[in-house]
Design a protein around this ligand. Structure first.
Ligand SMILES: Nc1nc2c(ncn2[C@@H]2O[C@H](COP(=O)(O)OP(=O)(O)OP(=O)(O)O)[C@@H](O)[C@H]2O)c(=O)[nH]1
Ligand SMILES: [Mg+2]
Length: 295
């Protein structure tokens, strides 16, 4: 139970709290949450990118105190969306949480296109297929609090069940048009079995999201999700908005010189536009070049 003075939405998954009452954990035991510890990190998302809309102001805390954001993307069924991954990266850097790319369904498609897109970023990634060895992933999760985010049907709960066999998370099927069925409906933190070199970590399974709105991230912080572009902006004029029609924006020359992938710059500018309500609201996280991008 939550003490009334804490307010209705005050406690989120990942919070560390003080309890008063019966803390045995036995069936029927009742304790009260009386205090919430200061959070080391807060991962947020909004329903929309545009701060001027009601959806844009509707902010959700996904998880507190996570130190790793595991961006889960299937390589097929549903197809990967680099625009969505880019958004998650912005949210991770903004919250001070380290990103890890987790590419599932490697039995269905190769990782080359997605991995190639992030070459300049040195973004750590792991490949997952049914029955694959999870030792690399376990090592990256050990001793940390990691949160899985991704579209519905990418295999987050499947992965959690493999990592924590006692978890028994429900798993759904993917429809013929490659959409998940939103099987998981709430976030749950599970304790990982301890590894040989590190303390037991925690993994947080979350419900699949359609998009990852960034209305709460300032235009300036948006750029921090693009470390491959940041360096170029020292050559920009003061207060350069970095938009596509800025004649003196140094980002164009940076990309022309081959120092970053032009698709990353385009993705960054799509995010900028989307925050101003100019983006494609229908499929905000789809980038040209993604599999099925034009469909
Ligand atoms: N071929 C293949 N299928 C997989 C893999 N991982 C998961 N699946 C399948 O993908 C479907 C969706 O898996 P879930 O674990 O429910 O996906 P989720 O990300 O938890 O979805 P939500 O809870 O809706 O957000 C299930 O039918 C899984 O069996 C994989 O590596 N390869
Ligand atoms: Mg799930």
């Amino acid at each position: 139970m939550r003490a009334r003075e804490l307010g209705r939405k005050s406690v989120v998954v990942g919070d560390r709290v003080w309890l008063v009452g019966d803390v045995t954990g036995a069936p029927g035991a009742l304790a009260r949450i009386v205090r919430i510890a200061e959070r080391t990190s807060v991962l947020r998302r909004t329903a929309d990118d545009d701060e001027s809309t009601a959806e844009g102001r509707l902010e959700r805390v996904v998880v507190a105190n996570a130190d790793q954001l595991v961006i889960v993307s299937a390589l097929a069924d549903p197809p990967p969306r680099t625009g969505f991954i880019d958004r998650c990266l912005v949210a991770a850097y903004d919250a001070g949480i380290e990103p890890l790319l987790c590419l599932t369904k490697a039995d269905l498609a190769g990782p080359e296109a997605v991995v190639g897109y992030y070459t300049e970023l040195e973004l750590p990634y792991v490949l997952i297929r049914p029955g694959s060895d999870l030792a690399d992933l376990r090592a990256l999760l050990a001793g940390r609090v990691s949160v899985l985010v991704g579209h519905s049907g990418v295999g987050k709960s499947t992965l959690v069940n493999r990592l924590v066999p006692a978890a028994e998370r429900a798993v759904g099927t993917v429809s013929a048009i490659g959409r998940g069925r939103h099987t998981s409906t709430s976030a749950v933190a599970l304790r990982l079995p301890p590894g040989p070199d590190a303390g037991p970590g925690w993994i947080v399974d979350t419900p699949g999201v359609r998009s990852f709105g960034l209305a709460h991230v300032s235009a300036e912080s948006l750029l921090h999700g693009f470390p491959d572009l940041v360096e170029a902006t020292v050559d920009c004029p003061a207060n350069c908005p970095h938009g596509a029609d800025e004649a003196d924006c140094a980002l164009d020359a940076w990309v022309t010189a081959g120092k970053a992938d032009p698709r990353r710059l385009a993705s960054y500018r799509r995010l900028l536009a989307s925050r101003l309500g100019e983006g494609d609201v229908r499929e905000p996280e789809r980038n040209p070049g993604d599999p099925l991008a034009g469909s």
